[in-house]
Design a protein around this ligand. Structure first.
Ligand code: PEP
Ligand code: MG
Length: 889
C-alpha cells in the first residue's frame, strides 16, 4: 500500500486515511490556497507501527522520496547548515481529539543549522528560541522526559535575571538554555540530543504514532466513543513562522459567528507570535478586524480564502493561519463547532444561499441541539455580572440562593426558597441536596464528574469544574477571581448551557423555540425571529421525510394536549399508576387492605368513576389519535405508607391509649406485602393476577370512557397495554378477562368498541419468547427502562447515584445505558423480538416507550430495527421528530 500522500494527492474525503487535519490540508492545497507544502503519513502506517512495533516495509523510502520532493520544491534541504528547511510533525486523527496527541515543531534544527536560520532570518534570538523549543518538545514527546525538568531550567534563567516574561530572554540566554536542555536530554537518556535532521524526523513520526495510545488519549476515546483501533495520521509540513517580527503573526478565524451564525469577520490575531501562544493566552490578541489596519493585503487575501472555504465546504469553517513577513499561510481548517442556535440558523441560511438542500439542512442539526434550544434561558437583554466560568455540564438557567451543604439545601427549599447547591465536588451523600436545588455549581471535576452525571440524569442545571472559584464550605462562602465573595444566602445565577456563573439574579425567559412549539409564536409572523423560522422549516422537512411515528408518554389531559401541540401523534404510554397517587392513595390502600370481596369491590367501585374521568379527558385531548393505556404497574411500595413511620404512629397511639386499629391493620398489611426488592416483585401483570377485579375495573373505565366519547361525537382510539409480561400465559389470562369486559360494556352502551390489546416487552424473557407472545398481542411496546434494568441487572433507581459516575470515569461505558440504549445487549433482544413477532404476526404494531424514545442515538437504532413509532415525554417529542427525520436520510 501507499503510506505517504503529498498534500496535492489527498482530499477531504480521505479522513480515514489522512486524518482530519491531513485531509483538509490536502483539500486546501488543491483549492489553490496558500498551504505550506508537505505530506501526510497514513493512519494505516500508524496501525502497522502500533501492531508490530516497527515501521512497515517501504515507509522509510516513501518518506525519503516525499521529503526529497519537498526539498526540491522549497529550494532548501532539511536541516541544511546555511539555510535549513524546517518541518512540523503533527498528529491528526479521523476524529478531532483536541490536545490528546503530540506535535513536534522546528524539526531540522541542530547546532549548525541554528546559525543558518539566524543568518537567513536576520534574527538570532528567533533562531535560538526555535531551537530551544525543538529540544524541549522533542525531549518531552519523543524521549519521554518529564516536562518539568525543562520548565525548571527556564525558570532558573528567568529568576537569575529577575524577570517573569519569556520575552525578556535574549539570544544569549536562549542559547544557554539550549545547552542546559541538551544536558537534560543527555542525563535522562544517556545519549546526546540527535543532531541528524533525518533521525529527528523519523523519531518524531514514531512518537506521534505512539501517542495514539497515551493514557489520556485512550480515556478520551472511551468517553467520546471513538474506536480505539483507528490510529492517527502524521502530517509533515514545512514550517512557517509568525514570530519573525511585527509584520508576522498568527491567528484563528471563523467564516461566520459560531454563536449566532451571522456572516462576518470573527477571530483573533496576535502579532509576532507562534500558534501555541494564541491558545496559551500568554499575550492579548486583537480582534481579527484589526488585521485590516495592520496588514491590509493579507487581510484581503484572508477574506478571500474564507469565502472560498465556505463555498467549498458549504458550511462554517474554522481556520488557523500564520502570516510570515507579510505572506499569508493556511495551517488548518475544518468544519467548525457552533452553538445550537447557530447550527439551525446556519443550516437555514445555507439553504437560502443555495449551498445545501433541505435534506442536508436536516442532517446538519441534531436533536441534542434542539433540546438545548428548548431550555429556559437568561434574558439576553438583562444586565449581568459574570464572576466565573466552568464546564457546561447540564443545560438550563438556574437562579437561587447559594447554599453549601445538602442539609441547608433541603431545609431552605422546603420553606419555599430556590437554592443553588455550591460544592467543591459532589458525592452520593449530596443526592438529596441536589434534588432539592434548582441548580448545582462545583469548582472541581469535569463533564463526567458525579455532579455532572447526576444533574444530567435529573435534567437539572449544572455548572461544574469552575476552577477559578475558591469554595470554602466550612465558612459557607466562595470567592471569585474578581474578589466577589458570595456568602450563604446570596443569590447567584448559573447558566448550564455555556458554563457562566453570575452574581445576583438574572431574569429567566422561556425559550422562543418552546413558545413556537406551544403555538405561542407564529413562525410565519414578521417578528417570529430567525431562529424560530429556521427551526420551523427544518422540523417541517424532518416530518416530511421520517418513517418513524412519534407519540408521547402522558398521564393527564394537560400533558396530552401539550404533547399534541409538540407534534405527538398519540399517546404511547399512559401510566395509570400516576392517576392513583395524591388524594386517591387512600382508596388504593383500601383496595390493598380489603379482607373481604365486598370491601374490595367497594374500593374498586370508588376508583372506577375517577379513572373513567381521567380517560375521558385524555381521549378528548387526543381525539382521533391512539392512546395506549397501560394497566397498573406500581412497585407496591410506592403506594403503601412508609413502614417506619407507620410503626411509630402505631406505637405512639398505643402508648397514649388512642385508637389505632386501622393503622395496625395497615401496618400488618405493609409487613405482609413488604418486599426486599420491589422492582422485581409484585408489579404489573403479577398484581393484576393476584388482586381480583383490579385490571378489569381499569378496562371497564377505559371502555366506558370510550363509549362516553363516542356518544359525545368524539373519536376515541384506546389501546390496552399489559405491563411486565414474562410469558404468554400471563397475557392470555388478562386478555380474556379484558375482552369480556369490552364486549359487555359495548353491549350495555350499544356501541361498537374497538380496542386493541397488547403488551409491553420489558423483560428479557418476553423479548426471547416474543413470537409466542405476539400470537396473543395486537401490539408491543418495548419498555426499555425495565428491559435495561433486567438485562444488565442494574437497579434503575439506584445506580445513577452510586457507581455510574465511577463507570463513566473509568470508561466502562461512555454514557449511561438508561440514557442511551445499549445497542449490543438490550438492542439485540429488541431485534430478536422484532423479527420473531413479525414472523408470528405480520403487521404487528411495534413501539417503544422507555426513556430512550427521546434519546437521539436510540431513535436512530429504533428506526434501523424497523419499529413503527417511539414514545417519549412531551418535551422530547420535537427531538424525536427531528432525529427520526435524520435517521431516515
Ligand atoms: C419501561 O420500563 O421502559 C417503561 C416504559 O415502563 P416504566 O418506566 O413505567 O416502568
Ligand atoms: Mg416498565
Amino acid at each position: 500500500p501507499k503510506y505517504v500522500y503529498d498534500f496535492a494527492e489527498g482530499n477531504k474525503e480521505l479522513k480515514d486515511l489522512l486524518g482530519g487535519k491531513g485531509a483538509n490540508l490536502a483539500e486546501m492545497s488543491n483549492l489553490g490556497l496558500p498551504v505550506p507544502p508537505g505530506f501526510t503519513i497514513t493512519t494505516e502506517a500508524c496501525r502497522h507501527y502500533l501492531a508490530h512495533g516497527e515501521l512497515p516495509d517501504g515507509l522509510a523510502d516513501e518518506i525519503t522520496a516525499h521529503l526529497a520532493a519537498l526539498e526540491r520544491r522549497m529550494g532548501k534541504r532539511l536541516g541544511e547548515p546555511d539555510d535549513p528547511l524546517l518541518v512540523s510533525v503533527r498528529s491528526g486523527a479521523k476524529h478531532s481529539m483536541p490536545g490528546m496527541m503530540e506535535t513536534v515543531l522546528n524539526v531540522g534544527l541542530n547546532d549548525q543549522s541554528v546559525a543558518g536560520l539566524a543568518a537567513q532570518s536576520g534574527d538570532e534570538r528567533f533562531a535560538w528560541d526555535s531551537y530551544r523549543r525543538l529540544v524541549q518538545m522533542f525531549g518531552k514527546t519523543v524521549l519521554d522526559i518529564d516536562g518539568g525538568a525543562f520548565e525548571d531550567a527556564i525558570e532558573a534563567v528567568k529568576s537569575a535575571k529577575g524577570s517573569t516574561d519569556d520575552l525578556d530572554l535574549t539570544a544569549a540566554d536562549l542559547s544557554g538554555l539550549v545547552d542546559a536542555f541538551k544536558k537534560i536530554v543527555a542525563d535522562h537518556t544517556g545519549k546526546p540530543f540527535p543532531q541528524d535532521p533525518r533521525e529527528q524526523l523519523f523519531l518524531a513520526v514514531q512518537a506521534v504514532f505512539t501517542s495514539w495510545n497515551a493514557p489520556r488519549a485512550i480515556l478520551y476515546r472511551r468517553q467520546e466513543r471513538i474506536p480505539g483501533d483507528l490510529g492517527t495520521a502524521v502530517s509533515v509540513c514545512s514550517m512557517v513562522f509568525g514570530n519573525l517580527g511585527m509584520d508576522s503573526g498568527t491567528g484563528v478565524a471563523f467564516t461566520r459567528d459560531p454563536a449566532t451564525g451571522q456572516q462576518g469577520v470573527y477571530g483573533d490575531y496576535l502579532q509576532n507570535a507562534q500558534g501555541e501562544d494564541v491558545v496559551a493566552g500568554i499575550r492579548n490578541t486583537v480582534p481579527l478586524a484589526e488585521l485590516e489596519r495592520i496588514d491590509p493585503a493579507s487581510y484581503r487575501e484572508l477574506l478571500g480564502v474564507m469565502e472560498t472555504l465556505e463555498n467549498h465546504y458549504r458550511d462554517l469553517c474554522d481556520i488557523e493561519f500564520t502570516i510570515e513577513r507579510g505572506k499569508l499561510w493556511m495551517l488548518q481548517t475544518r468544519v467548525g463547532k457552533r452553538t445550537a442556535a447557530a447550527a439551525f440558523r446556519i443550516a437555514d441560511q445555507l439553504v437560502d444561499q443555495g449551498l445545501i438542500d433541505l435534506d442536508e439542512a436536516v442532517r446538519r442539526v441534531t436533536g441534542d441541539q434542539l433540546a438545548q434550544l428548548m431550555f429556559p434561558r437568561f434574558d439576553e437583554k438583562a444586565r449581568r455580572h459574570r464572576i466565573a466560568h466552568g464546564m457546561n455540564a447540564s443545560p438550563g438557567a438556574a437562579v437561587g440562593k447559594a447554599v453549601f451543604d445538602s442539609y441547608t439545601a433541603i431545609k431552605w427549599s422546603r420553606s419555599g426558597e430556590d437554592v443553588i447547591l455550591v460544592r467543591r465536588e459532589t458525592n452520593p451523600d449530596d443526592l438529596d441536596g441536589m434534588i432539592a436545588a434548582r441548580g448545582i455549581l462545583t469548582s472541581r471535576g469535569g463533564k463526567t464528574s458525579h455532579a455532572a452525571v447526576v444533574a444530567r440524569g435529573m435534567g437539572k442545571t449544572c455548572v461544574c469544574g469552575a476552577e477559578d472559584l475558591r469554595v470554602d464550605t466550612k465558612n459557607r462562602r466562595f470567592t471569585a477571581p474578581d474578589g466577589s465573595v458570595v456568602e450563604e444566602g446570596d443569590v447567584i445565577s448559573i447558566d448550564g448551557t455555556n458554563g457562566n456563573v453570575y452574581l445576583g439574579e438574572v431574569p429567566v425567559v422561556p425559550s422562543p423555540v418552546v413558545r413556537y412549539f406551544d403555538g405561542e409564536i407564529d413562525p410565519e409572523a414578521a417578528d417570529a425571529g430567525e431562529l424560530v423560522r429556521a427551526v420551523h422549516r427544518i422540523m417541517a422537512h424532518a416530518d416530511g421525510v421520517r418513517r418513524l411515528g412519534v407519540r408521547a408518554n402522558a398521564d393527564s389531559p394537560d400533558d396530552s394536549s401539550r404533547a399534541r401541540r409538540m407534534g405527538a401523534k398519540g399517546v404511547g404510554l399512559c401510566r395509570t399508576e400516576h392517576m392513583f397517587l395524591g388524594d386517591r392513595r387512600s382508596l388504593v390502600e383500601r383496595l390493598i387492605l380489603a379482607d373481604t370481596d365486598k370491601e374490595r369491590d367497594q374500593a374498586l367501585a370508588a376508583l372506577l368513576p375517577l379513572q373513567r374521568e381521567d380517560f375521558v379527558g385524555i381521549f378528548a385531548a387526543m381525539d382521533g389519535l391512539p392512546v395506549t393505556v397501560r394497566l397498573l404497574d406500581p412497585p407496591l411500595h410506592e403506594f403503601l405508607p412508609d413502614i417506619t413511620e407507620l410503626s411509630v404512629r402505631v406505637a405512639v397511639a398505643e402508648s397514649r391509649g388512642e385508637k389505632y386499629e386501622n393503622d395496625l391493620r395497615l401496618l400488618q398489611a405493609v409487613h405482609r406485602l413488604h418486599e426486599q426488592n420491589p422492582m422485581l416483585g409484585l408489579r404489573g401483570v403479577r398484581l393484576g393476577l393476584v388482586v381480583p377485579g383490579l385490571f378489569t375495573m381499569q378496562v371497564q373505565a377505559i371502555a366506558e370512557a370510550c363509549a362516553q366519547r363516542l356518544r359525545e361525537g368524539g373519536d376515541p382510539r384506546p389501546e390496552v397495554m399489559i405491563p411486565l409480561v414474562g410469558t404468554v400465559q400471563e397475557l392470555e389470562i388478562v386478555r380474556d378477562d379484558a375482552l369480556e369486559v369490552l364486549r359487555k360494556v359495548g353491549e350495555d352502551y350499544g356501541v361498537e368498541l374497538e380496542c386493541p390489546i397488547g403488551t409491553m416487552i420489558e423483560l428479557p424473557r418476553a423479548a426471547l419468547t416474543a413470537g409466542e407472545i405476539a400470537e396473543r398481542a395486537e401490539f408491543f411496546s418495548f419498555g426499555t427502562n425495565d428491559l435495561t434494568q433486567t438485562t444488565w441487572g442494574f437497579s434503575r433507581d439506584d445506580v445513577e447515584a452510586s457507581f455510574f459516575s465511577a463507570y463513566l470515569e473509568r470508561g466502562v461505558f461512555g454514557v449511561s445505558p438508561f440514557e442511551s440504549l445499549d445497542v449490543d445487549g438490550v438492542g439485540r433482544l429488541i431485534r430478536v423480538a422484532v423479527e420473531e413477532s413479525r414472523a408470528a404476526r405480520p403487521g404487528i404494531k411495534l413501539g417503544i416507550c422507555g426513556e430512550h424514545g427521546g434519546d437521539p442515538d436510540s431513535v436512530h437504532f429504533f428506526h434501523d430495527c424497523g419499529l413503527d413509532y417511539v414514545s417519549c415525554s412531551p418535551f422530547r417529542v420535537p427531538v424525536a421528530r427531528l432525529e427520526a427525520g435524520r435517521a431516515a436520510l
